[in-house]
Structures are given as C-alpha cells and as structure tokens.
Design a binder for this molecule. Structure first.
Ligand code: IPM
Ligand code: MN
Length: 358
C-alpha cells in the first residue's frame, strides 16, 4: 500500500514523542511491505515562531495532499499572551479540526492489568482493568457557536459563548457511537445535561430516536455530572460513551487519567471519509519538554489508530498495540508510569523497545 502522511509534531514534547512514532511507522512499512511517505508540516507555536501563523496555508495544503495527519501537540506558556484567536490551540488545533470537518473524536481509555497499580483508582475498582471509548463531537457545540465575544458595557465587561447543535450534527456523531458500540460490547451511554440545557434536550431526543436502527446496542442516558461521578466510581460499567464537544473534553481527560497517565492515550479525529487526524490525548506538557523523558506510547498508539481507521490496516495496528503491551509486560516504564520494581527508561529507549518488538 502506498500512502502519504502529514507529520505535524508541534510544540512541547510533540517533536520528542513524534520522533519515536515515525520510526515505528517506518518499521511497519518495511515489515509489512508498504510505502509511507512522510512530509513535515508546521503547526502551533512552532509555526508562529517560524512563519508567524499557528496554522499556515502550506500546512493546510499539506494536509489536503495527504491521506492522514499524524499530529503531536500544540501550545505552551510562550504563546499564551498572544491575542486569543492567534494562539496555538485555537488557531492551530481547533482550526485544523474545523478545516477538515473532523467531527468525531475517538478517545479510548484502556487500563492494562500490569499498570493497574498505577491507576489513580483503588484496586477493587480497577479490577482486571477496563476499556472505555469516549466518542466526542468535535466541530460543534460551545467551542464554535456564535455569538461568542467579550464586550465592554456600561456595567463592566460581558462575555458570551453559545452552545448550539442541529439535529443533523447530533445524528452523525450518535451514529459513530452506535457503530463503535456495535463492534465492541454493544453498550452505548449518551451523556448530556438535558435537565438544564435545551441543546441537551435535543441531543437526547435525537440519540433516542436512532436506537431503533441499532436494536443490538443497549442505549442509556446519563447527565454529565453523574457520568463524571460514575466514571470514577465504577468505570467498568461503561463501554462506549457518546457526548457533545465540551462534555467530551472534560470526561475524556478524566477517563484518560484513570490508567495513571495521560501519556498512554491516543486519539483519532475523523470526518466523513477515511481521512483522519491522530494525536495523543495528553497535550504538549511544557514542564517536561526537551528532557527526553516523555512517554511516547500515546503517540505510538496514535499511529496504530491511523493505520486502522484511515488505511484499514488492522494487522499492522495490532502489531503495534501488541508491541506496546509486551514492552509494558517486560517492565519498561517512562517516568510517568514508573514504580519501584520496574525499569525506568527515557523516551528514546521506550520507543526503541517497542520498535524491536514489531
Ligand atoms: C483537547 C484539548 C483541546 C480541546 C484544547 C487544546 C483546545 O484540550 O484536545 O482535548 O479542548 O479540544
Ligand atoms: Mn482536552
């Protein structure tokens, strides 16, 4: 198979973990006889520093000419004082999601039994580990709704954000949730705030109306506050969670840290076709950037998601997932998941150990 991949490492730990991920991708290409062409694109703070724009036109053009985007992370203290609409997160990340209409964000949260002790949860709650998939709507809701402004009034400043959804937007993300549940344990939880918000009343109505198309999937609804509580109290009750943009943002950080580290969680952002953007759930972690100690697993598992969702290469994706799991089983740990009885390694060593197991 011949494919073009746009590589956008971005800021903070992005370039360090991306270096390991692209090596893994190259190894998979050799091993399975594919030809993957990588082209590097500037994004986020790095793009601001180089060309004065967090989302340069050349980067968008590169994405358009590619079959998928492998994304690192953007943002950091250096760019926090820029005008809001020029900042790496808003202009770079939200801009690229919107440009490519990547409305479905898949964030898996898997606790391996070997890492159960690192979970922030009690052992009896983690049990034999768990596997929750959050399907987050990514191009609508309060992140993009209009009006959105801060205005100066006689009585001081006034700020407004707008949470808005159409039934079509709800239906297309809900179907992603139902389809994902169908391929897993066939349980879908839709999360909303229908006791307060009209956008959630519509959300619940549309999701419920689709249930008849998926009789094999068990659907239930939870309010977002209760869902947050249940995720901590009993995460094993969940299979797939589908929710709107901001609720998904918050719940996915919560669920991604249940395994003990954000450094383990990949994500996929998908549109209508096979094109997708793949990024670690964690972020740029400026506090440890440049030290060579970041966990590359989230970025490497993002490669596995890319191969699976954009290229349909399931065996290749599984080879990566297996190599990651075996490396964990062998006792190798970056600082974020290290415990006394295991071996502490740096980013590059972890990447190499995974690569060797493919
Ligand atoms: C995420 C991040 C982004 C979001 C920020 C950086 C804009 O937190 O991918 O979850 O809120 O979507
Ligand atoms: Mn987030």
């Amino acid at each position: 198979m011949q494919r073009k991949i746009a590589v956008m490492a971005g800021d903070g730990i992005g370039p360090e973990v991306m270096a390991e991920a692209t090596k893994v991708l190259a190894k998979v290409a050799v091993k399975f006889g594919h030809s993957f062409e990588f082209k590097l694109g500037l994004i986020g703070g790095a793009a601001i520093d180089a060309v004065g724009d967090a989302l340069p036109a050349e980067t968008l053009a590169l994405g358009e000419a590619s079959d998928a985007i492998l994304f690192g992370s953007v943002g950091g203290p250096k760019w926090e004082t820029l005008p809001r609409d020029q900042q790496p997160e808003r202009r770079g990340l939200l801009g690229i999601r919107k440009h490519f209409k990547l409305f479905a964000n898949l964030r898996p949260s898997v606790v391996y039994s070997e890492l159960a002790a690192q979970s922030v949860l009690r052992a009896d709650i983690v049990g034999q580990g768990f596997d929750v998939l959050i399907v987050r709507e990514l191009t609508g809701g309060i992140y993009f709704g209009k009006p959105r402004e801060i205005v100066v009034t006689h009585a001081g400043k006034r700020a407004v954000d707008t949470m808005v959804y159409t039934s079509a937007e709800i239906e297309r993300i809900a179907r992603v949730g139902f389809e994902a549940a169908r391929k897993r344990s066939k349980k879908l939880t839709s999360v909303d705030k229908a006791n307060v918000l009209d956008s959630s009343v519509l959300w619940r109505e549309v999701v419920a109306s689709l249930a008849a198309d998926y009789p094999d999937v068990e659907l239930n609804h939870l309010y977002v506050d209760n869902a947050a509580m249940q995720l901590v109290k009993n995460p094993r009750q969940f299979d797939v969670i589908v929710t709107e943009n901001m609720f998904g943002d918050i719940l996915s950080d919560l669920s991604s840290v249940l395994p003990g580290s954000l450094g383990m969680i990949p994500s996929a952002s998908l549109g209508e076709g096979n094109f997708g953007l793949y990024e670690p759930a964690g972020g740029s972690a400026p506090d440890i950037a440049g030290l060579g100690i970041a966990n590359p697993i989230a970025q490497i598992l993002s490669v596995a998601m890319l191969l699976k969702y954009s290229f349909g290469l399931n065996a290749e994706a599984e080879a990566i997932e297996k190599a990651v799991h075996e490396t964990i089983q062998a006792g190798l740990r970056t600082a974020d998941i290290w415990t006394e009885e295991t071996t502490k390694v740096k980013t590059a060593e972890m990447g190499k150990a995974i690569l060797e197991r493919i």
